[in-house]
Design a protein around this ligand. Structure first.
Ligand SMILES: [Zn+2]
Length: 441
């Protein structure tokens, strides 16, 4: 059976993107080699159906022209002509909740391995992420700035990264991975390992929050992530707990907004969702335990829900009988209700996978998105994973590391493109098995 999924984009586009960025950060003055796709049907990132057979000209890393007529080109030596053969051209996928540094290690190895080794492992995973068709990820916590730089400089193939840097949490909050014997911490004590790595930072007052937020912005964060409530993977963080106070959350929002960007929070429960919104937070990560009142509030205030269709097998990441596993089951139980609220109230919804500590699940990154067809049509899922996610990315404003439009196929947009052998709207499973079906040039 012929279900070959062809990825163009970054295989070619990477060299193009990086060469042109060095000279011209503004896409409007983009120059560079030309690529012409002929005879492709376009999923533009929004529309519910494919276009008629079309031709697309990419100059440098920008889509310059789309036409149903042949596009004349000068046959320079560096012009690439790609006969699409009726395949589907679509925007690269975007994963809105990814942890590039924490996909492959175990929690223990993430804390204890040599940092050089950890980065090389993350680089290899970033290349695989890209080759699964994910051309952009929003990194929701981890010391990712070095990896991002290496990708942007063309040293390692990988997706564009919108980094949060360290997740900011409280003592005892999600992401505080200290052992119990390390408490109490007195002022002047050395930072804990997770803080030394830059994976999480602990802050217990509005002043400390401001300091930590400004540090991440200085390091290059495109948005800020706070842990507003308890989490699954942490050892000492019950899921029902609200961590930051409203003044602490507000301090973070103020500092981020002074830099022209926004705060997103890890929040499962109604209380953490509502408190975060009151403090000015623009996006809720997860939200699986939301109630109807918080759903309505999110819709009314146009707050983004950045959520994940967790597969039941994700429980296997945690040891049998562990509290982490129990907490995951609780989250999973809320998932159906959350997606029904999101639809009922038309909450602005972005999607990601939040794969942590599991190379096996990472290989299923595309397939995890297809779980969403329990609640959404395939066209809606594809639109979420491209144009809707890109709309949320744009909240980073001038802190976006990549000026230009993502997640759309239209003239002037950045050319992160996938060429798919088949129609992903008719058969979304085409995205599920990239290991066998992807080809890149
Ligand atoms: Zn996460």
């Amino acid at each position: 059976m012929k279900t070959k999924l062809l990825i163009y984009s970054v295989g070619v586009a990477f060299s193009i993107i990086n060469a042109t960025w060095a000279q011209s950060p503004s896409p409007s003055v983009n120059a560079g080699p030309v690529t012409v796709f002929s005879n492709v049907r376009i999923f533009d990132g929004k529309s519910g159906k494919l276009s008629a057979p079309s031709n697309v000209l990419v100059r440098g890393n920008v889509i310059e022209k789309i036409s149903d007529k042949p596009i004349p080109t000068d046959r320079r030596a560096d012009t690439v002509l790609i006969d699409g053969g009726g395949r589907t051209l679509m925007p690269g996928l975007i994963d809105m909740h990814w942890h590039a540094m924490l996909v492959r290690p175990t929690p223990d190895s993430a804390l204890t391995d040599d940092v050089g080794y950890t980065n090389l492992v993350a680089g290899a995973e970033a290349t695989d992420t890209l080759m699964r068709g994910f051309t952009t990820i929003r990194d929701l916590g981890g010391p990712v700035f070095g990896l991002k730089r290496a990708i942007d400089e063309g040293i390692v193939p990988g997706p564009r990264i919108f980094p949060c840097g360290a997740m900011i949490t409280t003592t005892g909050g999600h992401g505080d991975f200290r052992e119990l014997y390390m408490m109490p911490r007195k002022s002047g004590d050395p930072r804990s390992r997770v803080e030394q790595l830059g994976a999480a930072m602990i802050a217990d007052s509005p002043d400390e929050v401001r300091l930590r937020v400004r540090e991440q912005l200085t390091l290059g964060a495109s948005q800020i992530k706070l842990m507003a409530g308890g989490g699954v993977a942490s050892p000492h963080s019950p899921i029902d707990v609200a961590t930051f106070t409203e003044p602490e959350l507000r301090a973070a929002v103020e500092a981020a907004e002074n830099w022209g960007t926004y705060v997103t929070v890890h929040a499962y429960t109604p209380e953490t969702i509502q408190r975060s919104i009151a403090a000015g937070v623009k996006c809720i990560e997860h939200g699986h335990l939301m109630d109807e009142a918080s759903a309505k509030l999110m819709a009314e205030k146009k707050i983004w829900l950045s959520t994940q269709p967790f597969p039941a097998e994700m429980a296997d990441v945690f040891p049998p009988g562990s509290t982490q596993r129990e907490k995951f089951q609780e989250v999973l139980k809320g998932m159906d209700k959350m997606f029904r609220f999101a639809k009922k109230y038309s909450i602005k919804t972005a999607v990601g996978t939040d794969v942590l500590f599991s190379p096996a699940l990472a290989k299923r990154q595309g397939q995890l998105l297809t779980i969403l067809t329990r609640w959404y049509t395939p066209a809606e899922v594809l639109a979420m994973a491209t144009s809707a996610n890109a709309e949320l990315l744009a909240l980073s404003g001038k802190r976006s590391p990549y000026p230009g439009k993502l997640g759309r196929i239209e003239e002037g947009a950045l050319a992160d493109l996938l060429l798919v052998d088949g129609d992903p709207i008719a058969n979304i499973k085409l995205l599920a098995d990239p290991g066998k079906t992807l080809w890149s040039s």
